[in-house]
Design a protein. Structure first.
Length: 133
């Protein structure tokens, strides 16, 4: 799966080696964030172009009719299903793990990576701390 443009190369002219290198170095990690994707998670992982998965727990909870993601047992059951499917396929998965409970679950389930902070969250936390000071 090649990147569709030369934006990463700053729109410079590139040769075939650019696309071959990008193809070899770029992972395809679809996000499992809907009830439909969860139902098809094994089929998604079976695709040869898919290298692993990224979990979208907030959208997944909404799409499963539970409302806002609240780290409930039902939410965690979905995460366990995704983790088991990835393990069976021999492919990694990524967990957004903002809380300690999510980090612990992610470790227990064997996620390859945890996202524990993002730019927006880091800025928000820093600004709040500055305002409190």
């Amino acid at each position: 799966m090649c990147r569709a443009s030369t934006r990463p190369a700053r729109y410079d002219a590139v040769g075939q080696d650019y696309y071959s290198r990008e193809d070899a170095e770029t992972l395809c990690l679809p996000m499992i964030e809907s009830a439909e994707a969860l139902a098809d998670v094994e089929a998604i992982l079976a695709l040869p172009t898919v290298d692993g998965l990224f979990v979208g727990p907030s959208d997944l909870s909404l799409s499963r009719g539970r409302g806002a993601y609240a780290k409930t047992e039902a939410d965690f059951a979905d995460l366990r299903r995704i983790a088991a499917a990835a393990k069976a396929a021999g492919k990694p998965w990524i967990m957004p793990a903002w809380s300690q409970a999510e980090r612990d679950l992610s470790r227990t389930l064997g996620s390859a990576w945890q996202v524990t902070v993002d730019e927006y969250g880091a800025l928000w936390t820093g600004i709040e701390a500055g305002l409190r000071a």
